[in-house]
Design a protein around this ligand. Structure first.
Ligand code: HEC
Length: 167
């Protein structure tokens, strides 16, 4: 009888422990959740998107690069993100120095800078942008999503980044 009890209780205890790890704040749970977001299993909130936009994009150059970027400076952020993602892949070829940008990060980060600084995709033409995205599936899908159907960008629409000149 005792053994039966254990057989029943153990899986239950494991489930409770797994759920507990995610629900109760703790370092390991936070890591698991961050990884789930990196892999696109759980969505980034707008706040988190802003945080990763600053942290992940300021590894090689300062945040000024983004804050001073503008519609006259070059292609919209969706293209910038794609080229930075590619650049990281190239620099990692010999040995990994920067963690590659995941699709969900690229999509969240693009929306964050679009929201905080500006989105000038409309002026560039979808066909042209599609070509500049070089077949990046996740970012092309974002390109096809109207700005008001992009949850992070929408939430940040009326915000702006300190030090930037939103247009
Ligand atoms: C692995 C290093 C690295 C990371 C990470 C990185 N960049 Fe860059 N970035 C560069 C380099 C190198 C340049 C070009 C040289 C320069 O202008 O300093 C550049 C240039 C830029 C420019 C200027 C482009 C122009 O036309 O003036 C912008 C804007 C920019 N990055 C935004 C971003 C954004 C947004 C992210 C995050 C998605 C990011 N960077 C992440 C290395 C990086």
């Amino acid at each position: 009888m005792k053994r039966v009890w254990w057989i029943l209780a153990l899986p239950l205890a494991l489930v409770v422990a797994a759920v507990g790890m995610l629900v109760v704040p703790n370092p390991l749970g936070a890591k698991v959740l961050a990884e789930a977001k990196y892999r696109g299993l759980v969505a980034y909130t707008p706040d988190e998107a802003v945080t990763i936009a600053y942290t992940r994009c300021s590894g090689c150059h300062g945040a000024e690069k983004m804050l001073k970027y503008c519609a006259r400076c070059g292609p919209p952020f969706i293209v910038v993100t794609q080229s930075m993602k590619k650049y990281v892949e190239l620099t990692n070829q010999k040995h990994e120095t920067v963690r590659p940008f995941s699709d969900s990060e690229a999509v969240a980060i693009t929306q964050a800078w679009n929201g905080l600084i500006g989105n000038w995709e409309a002026g560039w033409g979808e066909k042209n942008l599609r070509r500049l995205l070089q077949g990046d599936v996740a970012l092309t899908r974002l390109l096809e999503t109207p700005a008001d159907a992009r949850p992070i960008e929408l939430a940040l629409k009326n915000k702006s980044a300190p030090g930037s000149y939103p247009e």
